[in-house]
Design a protein around this ligand. Structure first.
Ligand code: CFM
Length: 431
């Protein structure tokens, strides 16, 4: 369930997302992602609140549909400004075969707001990647066509959507500053700090700028096939502006925009340059190992290269073949590439490669720090960020510098350098 809660659906801030199942199931994804939003929590936004149907034994035996029906009525009474509800089913729901679609249809009719069933039980698929797909399909089937045939929204030739930016640490806001400085009008953010109406308006845009392709490729391709909206994969995390904004996107740049002085330019737009923070000196040529979900193990390679660093090992928790095809192009010839590592395998690789920095998640952090290896969390940006775009890149650079060059590492030795003192006082150098 974390994929639909953490990324695709969870950040849509004005809907209430119900974890439908026992109370513990949704706990793992509780406020786990740092997808920031603007709004009044509990009134018109609900991102950091947790809703569960708190399944009990009797619900397993007799079914939970009635309880779900009642919960949605209560949500309507307690939070009348919510724009809709998603029902994210946990494993027991799939096992007992509750008809959440029937409840969703009934309640959509009753309150006139979308109630969306998302059959994302944790047992589905080999990884959380199927959760992305299921969540995308639910948006396609229950939301995306809501404004078909309605022309009341005034469009412009510069309307774009940012797809697959979850506003981790404020990333999507940073992305938006850049795109708007280019003269584009961002009318939808998927889904960091996003709203239901932005999702409904997306079929009206001229171009979809897709950041996380892994989690949103299904919907982006649907928007292309059904509505003829081209999609461009963009790289929002690095300092080289001309590589991040592909040439074919630049054709959309507004020539009449104040930030856009030179036609067809390859320069940083003026307002963005104005906000450009000073980037700290690079930490030196250092070797990095990465292990993250489905996009970042390749997307952040260039950002490290911009700092003069080399990625010597990278891999994904849940990537598909096409992700690896794209990754190989980003890497040097001798880079170690791994898929769905065990904790033990990762430790052994780190021991052999001896990187100067590891970027991975909270589960890995303390193991590697205890081994004496500088570490950054690259899911949550280690509670820092944003890392996207110009301001973000300066923060990224500062954080990597601060981690690698922290004096604490001089007090710790990596295991392969240590002379262990055994219980009997004898010293043995590790091989
Ligand atoms: Fe996309 Fe993400 Fe990622 Fe992802 Fe994730 Fe994430 Fe990730 Mo953690 S949507 S695939 S399911 S970029 S939560 S914001 S950092 S594993 S590499």
């Amino acid at each position: 369930m974390p994929a639909p809660k953490g990324v695709v659906w969870g950040p849509i801030k004005d809907m209430v997302h119900v974890s439908h199942g026992p109370v513990g199931c949704g706990q793992y994804s509780r406020a786990g992602r740092r997808n920031y939003y603007v709004g009044t929590t509990g009134v018109d936004t609900f991102g950091t609140m947790n809703f569960t149907s708190d399944f009990q034994e009797k619900d397993i035996v007799f079914g939970g549909d009635k309880k779900l029906d009642k919960i949605i009525t209560e949500i309507e009474q307690l939070f009348p400004l919510h724009k809709g509800v998603t029902i994210r089913s946990e494993c027991p729901i799939g096992l007992i075969g509750d008809d959440i679609e029937a409840v969703a249809k009934k309640k959509t009719k009753e309150f006139g707001k979308p109630v969306v069933p998302v059959r994302c039980e944790g047992f589905r698929g080999v990884s959380q990647s199927l959760g992305h797909h299921i969540a995308n399909d639910a948006i396609r089937d229950w939301v995306i066509g809501n404004r078909d045939g309605d022309d009341s929204f005034k469009t412009t030739p510069y309307d774009v959507a940012i797809i697959g930016d979850y506003n981790i640490g404020g990333d999507a806001w940073a992305s938006r500053i850049l795109l708007e400085a280019m003269g584009l009008r961002v009318i939808a953010q998927w889904s960091g700090d996003g709203s239901l109406s932005e999702i409904e308006l997306t079929p009206k845009v001229k171009l979809n700028l897709v950041h996380c392709y892994r989690s949103m490729n299904y919907l982006s391709r649907h928007l292309e096939e059904k509505y003829g909206i081209p999609l461009d994969r963009v790289q929002l995390l690095r300092s080289h502006q001309d590589r991040r904004v592909p040439a074919h996107d630049r054709r959309l740049l507004r020539r009449d925009h104040p930030g856009q002085r030179r036609a067809g330019h390859r320069q940083v737009p003026t307002p963005v340059r104005g906000s450009h923070r000073e980037i700290p000196a690079p930490p030196g040529r250092k070797r990095v190992m990465l292990y993250v979900g489905g996009l970042r193990p390749r997307h952040i390679v260039g950002a490290y290269e911009d700092l003069g660093m080399e990625v010597v090992g990278t891999g994904y928790e849940f990537a598909h073949n096409d992700d690896y095809d794209r990754t190989i192009k980003e890497l040097g010839d001798a880079t170690l590439l791994y898929d769905d590592l065990t904790a033990y395998e990762f430790e052994v690789f780190a021991d052999k490669i001896r990187p100067d920095l590891i970027g991975s998640g909270i589960k890995e952090k303390y193991i590697f720090q205890k081994m004496g290896i500088p570490f950054r969390q690259m899911h949550s940006w280690d509670y820092s960020g944003p890392y996207h775009d110009y301001d973000g890149f300066a923060i990224f650079a500062r954080d990597m510098d601060m981690t690698i060059n922290n004096p604490c590492w001089q007090e710790l030795q990596a295991p392969w350098l240590r002379t262990d003192t055994a219980a009997d006082g004898t010293k043995a150098a590790r091989a």
